[in-house]
Design a protein around this ligand. Sequence first.
Ligand code: UN1
Length: 510
Amino acid sequence: LIDKPEYAFLKDLGLERQNKGVFNGKSWSGSGLVTKSVDPGTGKVIAEVQTGSVDEMKSCIAAGTEAYKEWRNVPAPIRGEVVRQIGEELRKYKEPLGKLVSLEVGKVYSEGQGEVQEFIDICDYAVGLSRIFAGQLINSERAKHTIMEAWRPLGLVGVISAYNFPNAVFGWNAAIALTTGNTVLWKGAPSTSLVSVATTKIVSEVLKRNNMPSVITLCEGGVDVGKQLVGDNRVKLVSFTGSCEVGRNVGVAVQQRFGKSILELGGNNALIVNDDADVDMALGAALFGCIGTSGQRCTTTRRIIVHEKIYDQFLSKLTNAYKQVMNKVGHQLESNTLFGPVHSQVNIDNYLHTIGEAVKSGGKVAFGGKQIQREGFFVEPTIITNLPHDSPVVHKETFAPIVYLLKAKSLEEAIEWNNEVEQGLSSAVFTRDVSNAFQWIGANGSDCGIVNINTTTNGAEIGGAFGGEKATGGGRESGSDAWKQYCKRATITVNHSGELACAQGVVFDL
Ligand code: UN1
């Protein structure tokens, strides 16, 4: 496709028909497997990327480790200035880069643009932080002693990102890791390698202009290449986004060598519609939550728990809305499209398999349930009713636009169901009652990392910490004090008394 005039923007991003997928901070190479980048809206190949070998991964690790020795000595606000320029460069390329995200992932135009915006936003946030990264002063029990706490960089940070957010997830990690003084080695998902290459080109131009060492490296590749990153002692922190299954292995492998990890794994996010909810607003939230990004966000609404008093009304409104969505199915880059393709044939297979499983378990397909017969990877947005809240298929995360509608007797029951799944990423309640709202955010409320009121489960802003509990992995990225995960904490006791004194009143004199 790259040679067609309507895809000229890909050449503006520095992409070719065949691209190298390894950047060691100075030059591009690639001697591993060739991956084909596919447009999920047509099923056709866009271009190819030659990914890296294990040896190339090793040289990226060496380059990033070496660069760290220089980078950690660059004052934090100067590091922030480099990240500010990265944000500026992304603003220049937002249109074509966002379009590429849409093209390669399958998400609609505005969501592709929104993803690059998320990277820009986190750059702005990191620039401000670079002036602070504040530690604290702590009172000492000893006279003329002061205890201080300071945050220091870790070294080389490895980022493994998923196909559904191929740009923003790298951005959250890279912007914060860089300003805190770390260097970054990225392995993107093989099926979104073009986004990885284009993003790295944009970022590396800024680094080159500033004469910076190899603080960003990229090594695309398969499982063996990923394993090298995860197992290598020189990679001090591994930030992994992906399935619970793979995340568990990554977490164990990194822990085995006493490295640090940030795990952003699966979600099984519920939206509760209580009987005192603004139903139309809840409907809008359900729509974006369930079928935005064709159900392939880790924050996608997978369960809607509706109070029995309004269940029938809500189901009929939701089904109606889905009917209207069917008029807006199309290629992800067409301007009228609201609901684009899923990412690949694998997603279709998983979708069909899960629907079969749901029906076998007694579920009723209230809307959708089939593949859409047209070119590309399209399935119908799907609503399933009649399943028990604890049916195994309801407790499983399927990365597809399938939602289970559950009928609850009370808010207490709904909260119990919200919390009974393995995952703990995102959750939302719709209520107009302030005591219900505070119950939801309190100790007896949602057990997730993201606990929303009267808004969607998905589409979190960068200012808050992003991540979840339980099988979601416990990691936090992005805003708030998530930057501390990219640092080691130094507790510093300074004796300015001129005499040695032990704590706890211990006397140890000769
Ligand atoms: C993901 O799906 O991996 O909250 C990330 C959201 C986005 C990020 C999703 N800001 O939906």
